[in-house]
Design a protein around this ligand. Structure first.
Ligand code: PBG
Length: 341
């Protein structure tokens, strides 16, 4: 009845009057009260690069602000990370001498293995995750053992298991296999259990895609493949259902945390994994995603802080519990300063 007396535009305004989502966007206080996704420093896991040598602290050109550090520099760096309120670090190593099967990756006196002790001494509360892979240790740069130009899955799993065990023996809290070989999570779990490391957790790079966004990392860790690419073991970017299958397999094999990687270009995969599984989920905002925003900010095309926090919020909103990010120390500082809007 009322409607009949009103002209059309007024009727539209009337309808909007009942439903005006903008009412709750009017002030910072209102927005903060109804915000659905809150970033917290608790979620952030910081990747760090350990290199052979002594007294090394070297800027990584492709990852502005990130450093390669030798073992003797890791304690102080870890202390700073812990003091920023960050709960964990993810260590990447490198070989002094590369070999066909990446021998140094499992050496008890390797850079990563020794760094764990330094970190634990300087910052005992910091949770130490270690990337378990061969690519920075093999002379061909692939993540497994080769027969000719093809990967030998099961021989690779054997080597990767030895690497994981050496990290556990050195005191790692969580080992994180990133090679994408079939069956490696189960193999690592049974060897860890058999050797008395039933408390050491596994974070599986479960859905790791063959991505162009790893470019800057490969410079940082000296792990670019000498020939070919990683499409024979990492996932095809077109596949999302397959990610659910990969995650399911890793959980069956005993993964404690599963990961989707990259993060920003695979938000749909994060959301689907979150909807399907209850396990703790990590997402890795990879080097290329970080570097792209950094580079645009350096040119003045983006506000780095706003873009970074928006990206991290997006990954959390999609459903990730843990966000692996090179921004962790800066984000910790920004979060400490409180929301800007
Ligand atoms: C090693 C590994 C890679 C990354 C993490 N572990 C590189 C790759 O698979 O080629 C990428 C991390 C990043 O880009 O930030 N297998």
């Amino acid at each position: 009845m009322l409607r009949e007396r009103l002209s059309e535009p007024v009727a539209a305004a009337d309808a909007a009057g009942a439903q005006r989502p903008r009412r709750l966007r009017r002030s910072s206080g209102l927005r903060r009260l109804v915000r659905e996704t809150r970033l917290s420093v608790d979620r952030l896991l910081y990747p760090m690069f350990v290199v052979p040598g002594d007294g090394v602290e070297r800027e990584i050109g492709s990852l502005p602000g990130q450093l390669q550090r030798s073992v003797d520099r890791m304690g102080a760096a870890a202390r700073e990370v812990a003091d920023a309120g960050i709960q964990g670090v993810l260590l990447f190593g490198q070989a002094a001498v590369k070999s066909p099967v990446g021998d140094e990756a499992s050496a008890s006196d390797g850079a990563v293995q020794r760094a764990i002790g330094e970190i634990k001494a300087a910052a005992p509360e910091l949770v130490v995750f270690t990337d378990v892979c061969l690519c920075a240790y093999t002379d061909h740069g692939h993540c497994g053992v080769l027969h000719g130009h093809t990967i030998d899955n099961d021989a690779s799993v054997e080597r990767i298991t030895e690497v994981a065990l050496s990290h556990a023996q050195a005191g790692a809290d969580v080992v994180a296999p990133s090679d994408m070989m079939d069956g490696r999570v189960g193999a690592i779990r049974s060897v860890l259990d058999a050797e008395g490391f039933s408390e050491t957790a596994i974070m599986a790079y479960a859905a790791k895609y063959a991505s162009a966004f790893y470019g800057p990392f490969r410079e940082a860790s000296g792990s670019a493949p000498a020939f070919g690419d990683r499409r024979g073991y990492q996932m095809d970017p077109g596949n999302a259902r397959e990610a659910l299958r990969e995650v399911g397999l890793d959980l069956e094999e005993g993964a404690d945390i599963v990961m989707v990687k990259p993060a920003l270009t695979y938000l749909d995969v994060i959301a689907r994994v979150r909807a399907e599984y209850d396990a703790p989920l990590a997402a890795y905002l990879v080097s290329g995603e970080f570097a792209a925003i950094k580079a645009a900010a350096e040119r003045g095309w983006l506000d780095e802080r706003a873009a970074a926090m928006e990206a991290l919020t997006a990954v959390a909103r999609a459903g990730a519990d843990i966000i692996i990010t090179y921004w962790a120390p800066e984000a910790a500082r920004w979060l400490g300063e409180g929301p800007t809007h």
